[in-house]
Design a protein around this ligand. Structure first.
Ligand code: SF4
Length: 412
């Protein structure tokens, strides 16, 4: 890990925002970068449509295989109206289209939303505009269409390079499709190309996972996100497990994660967050900013906002979302104003996932001084390095966060 570069801190304008440093100079796990990211602002656009529901997924999606004719343009128009209702927010450092499956929209529809954002907010110079895509939706024309409309980062939902694992995950693309998309995206001119992988399905062997990782790091990609398969309530996977199918094994998953970190690290990817690795200069601005407690706006079904100490969220039901928007009101389902100590706790719970760790705020200091914190430090799971608290075993981050939740600032 590098020391915090002065350059990352040197351009603080009067409003407290730290300008994007020249990212090409920084490792993804740089501490100065993580600190700067807390002042960046983002917008998230949720595109809920999916051609079917994958057996492990519990996201807020619109399953087009179940729904009646879904009018995607009606949804696009609603998102544009929601953007127009938003209060001034300052300049956006990143815009992220996630889902769902954003690649089910046409380039023109995506551009309509982008134009609405540009009409309502300023975009910083060098803004990151990213989109998550499913490989089967992407051909050369679609890829070039995204570059031509200003998208700078492509995140490809590869999940695995083993055909059998893709099948049990319910993915619709064949082996080789995601590789082709990565190669085409690189030559089309995306600034950053990333892939997402899922590990730990019971039908996946260590050998299969190793082969997937080796293929991933051999691709012309700058960023890899890896997620452990989890069994979420209400999913087909959870029903299968309840009926006796094998569940993911946490020990196997820990081994897979370690294997990935070793192979990716040796190939020049730095882990900057539990699930995210990037080559120097290719940290995902949106990811780093949200994990660093930066403010963001969320538009679309089930989207969340975090701004000025307030968190709010939208309806998760499409009919309610559309009804509210078309009736001229914000589609909020709830919001809460956070006290200063709530915000500190949130900053800790998010930041503890970062390889750069979190600053020793009063909350972090209280935790480090508590009996639980001291035990974790003695066990080498948590480290205090100069002015930061760092989790040294990323797989134990959730456990550390749970321990920290039981500590209040008054405990120190
Ligand atoms: S494509 Fe992604 S969001 Fe859609 S159902 Fe599958 S996992 Fe969920």
């Amino acid at each position: 890990m590098t020391e915090s570069p002065d350059a990352a801190r040197s351009s603080t304008p009067g409003n407290g925002r730290v300008d994007l440093p020249r990212r090409s100079e920084f490792r993804a796990d740089d501490r100065g970068l993580a600190d700067a990211a807390g002042s960046w602002k983002s917008a998230y656009i949720h595109i809920p449509f999916c051609s079917h529901r994958c057996p492990y997924c519990d996201f807020a999606i619109v399953d087009e295989s179940q729904a009646n004719e879904v009018d995607r343009q009606r949804y696009v128009d609603a998102v544009i109206s929601e953007i127009a209702m938003e209060d001034p927010f300052g300049s956006l450092d990143s815009v992220n289209f996630g889902g769902g499956t954003p690649s089910l929209l046409t380039s023109d529809q995506l551009e309509q939303i982008l134009n609405a954002l540009k009409g309502r907010f300023t975009l910083t110079t060098g803004v990151e505009i990213s989109i998550e895509v499913n490989p089967e939706d992407m051909d050369q024309r679609a890829i070039e269409g995204l570059v031509g409309r200003g998208f700078t980062r492509l995140s490809i939902g590869a999940q695995s390079f083993d055909g059998q694992v893709l099948g049990v995950l319910g993915r619709e693309h064949g082996v080789g499709v995601a590789q082709d998309v990565a190669v085409e995206a690189r030559s089309a001119g995306f600034e950053s190309v990333g892939i997402d992988l899922i590990y730990g399905h019971p039908s996946e062997s260590a050998r299969s996972w190793r082969a997937t990782v080796e293929q991933a790091i051999a691709l012309p990609v700058d960023h890899i996100s890896t997620y452990a398969l989890t069994v979420e309530r209400g999913t087909t996977l959870s029903r299968d497990v309840l009926a006796g199918a094998p569940a993911p094994d946490p020990d196997d998953q820990a081994d897979r994660y370690e294997m990935f970190c070793d192979l990716a690290g040796n190939a020049g990817f730095a882990r900057y967050e539990v699930s995210n690795h990037a080559r120097p200069g290719h940290v995902c601005v949106y990811n780093l900013s949200t994990w660093s407690h930066g403010e963001y706006l969320g538009f679309g079904l089930g989207a969340h906002d975090h701004r000025r100490g307030e968190r709010s969220r939208n309806h998760q039901r499409l009919d309610r979302y559309l009804e509210d928007i078309e009736g001229g009101i914000r589609p909020r389902i709830g919001s809460e104003t956070l006290s200063v100590s709530d915000q500190e706790r949130d900053r800790f719970m998010l930041g503890v996932r970062l390889a750069a760790g979190v600053a020793l705020t009063p909350f972090a200091t209280a935790f480090a001084s508590s009996e639980r914190g001291k035990r974790l430090i003695d066990a080498g799971i948590v480290d205090i390095e100069s002015d930061r608290l760092v989790v040294t075993h990323p797989m134990l981050t959730d456990a550390v966060a749970r321990e920290a939740l039981s500590v209040s600032v008054g405990d120190c």
